[in-house]
Each structure stands twice: as C-alpha cells, then as structure tokens.
Design a protein around this ligand. Structure first.
Ligand SMILES: [Mg+2]
Length: 231
C-alpha cells in the first residue's frame, strides 16, 4: 500500500481539517444556536443572513446578525451576545457531537499514511476543546481556533498558522472544507481544497475539488485530489 501512496503522491504532506460541518454535524447545532440568538436579540433574522453566517468567525457571525437586525455593534452588546451564544452551544456540544459521514475513517486514514494533520476552525478554543474530546486529540498534530489568529476565515490566517505550526508549505497541504467561507480561506492560503458541502452550496474555484461525502475516501483519492489543483 505504501508503494501505491508514494507513486501517486506528488507533494502532499499534510491534511488540514475544518471542524463544523466537515468533521462534525455541529453546523446543524450552530444553525439552532444562531437562530435562537437572533430571536434573543429581537429577530428572527432572514434566511439570507443565516446563510452568510455559516463558516464565519464568531465576531464575523455576530456582526452579520447585528447588522441584519439593525443593532448597534457596541463592544458590550457584542460581548453579551457572544456569551449567550457560547453558553447555548456548550450545552448542545456537551449533549453529543455526531460525526459527519466518513469523517472518522478519513481522519484515521490520514494518520495511517503518516501525513501531518491539523484542525483549523473558526470556532473559539473554549468550544473547540469540547469538540476535541469527541474528535480525539491523537488525530491532530496541532489545532488552530478562531480566537488564536489575527483574523478568522475567510481570511487565510487560520490556514497559514496551521501550516506554520506543522512546518509545511501551505501548497503541500490539502484542506477539507464544507463552506464558501472556509474554502475561500484555504484557497487564499495556497492550499488545495477538498470541498464536501454540508448546509449550503459552495462555488467552484481554481484550487477546489468536490466530493459529496468523505465516505470511502482512499489514500489514492487524497493524493490525486491534491495533485489535480497543484500540477
Ligand atoms: Mg465548516
């Protein structure tokens, strides 16, 4: 098997994983939390607004919701909203985080191949650590959370930071993403991107390839998906 991998492996050194909606079904929990937050703030928000928050950083999502409801973005009000949302999400995360189809096997596959691996999420460390209890810390060399970089996705900073921590050129990394925001971040960092959409469609892009699911992902798939956009 290792011979096959080497033969089809031009350049791939690491896989960088988005969390919400890619590894875990947590994007559906965020859907509940953000909708409830909008009601708590005097909403509801529109479906268009909700879609714009998918994959966004916490400050980014709060800004979108506040603007859509015509609320002033005072630091105090934003901090209260963040506290409310993270408390609600912590309750849901603690109740159990289902895996996305094929995600657990895909993580194990990357580890078995000896590739480097990092979690790259816009979710802040407080909740990211709860999720890592489900994901298994042994699957990752590093994790980068939204509150640990100067700007969240779609800025390239989270992916650039992950590549730096791994000591790998971003162009030798394959990112796995489910949202337009996340795919844009990884692409801007120079990674190839495997897009597995969850709640919303993701547009095509120069460094993107698409699959419907992670189920059945093979070593050859990983290397050829990466090679498709880097050769
Ligand atoms: Mg996501």
């Amino acid at each position: 098997m290792s011979d096959l991998v080497t033969a089809g492996a031009p350049g791939l050194q690491a896989v960088l994983w988005d969390m919400d909606g890619t590894l875990l079904e947590s994007e559906e929990l965020w859907d509940i939390g953000v909708r409830e937050l909008s009601l708590w703030l005097g909403g509801p928000m529109s479906e268009e607004t909700r879609a714009a928050t998918i994959g966004a950083s916490t400050p980014g999502a709060l800004g979108i919701v506040f603007d859509s409801l015509g609320l002033e973005r005072s630091p105090e009000a934003l901090a209260r909203a963040r506290t409310w949302l993270y408390a609600r999400m912590a309750t849901m995360f603690a109740d159990g985080l289902p895996w996305r189809p094929g995600a657990r096997d895909a993580l194990a596959l990357v580890r078995s191949l000896g590739l480097r691996s990092a979690l790259v999420t816009n979710t802040e460390r407080e909740l990211g650590d709860v999720a890592l209890d489900t994901l298994g810390r042994e699957h990752f060399d590093h994790s980068v959370c939204g509150d640990e970089v100067p700007a969240g996705k779609p800025d390239p900073a989270p992916y650039l930071r992950a590549a730096e921590l791994l000591g790998v050129d971003p162009q030798r990394c394959l990112a796995v993403e489910d949202s337009p925001t996340g795919a844009a971040s990884a692409e801007a960092a120079g990674c190839s991107v495997l897009v597995v959409p969850s709640l919303i469609e993701v547009p095509a892009g120069p460094r993107r390839t698409f699959r419907d699911t992670l189920v059945g992902l093979t070593a050859e798939d990983l290397h050829s998906l990466h090679a498709l956009v880097t050769v």
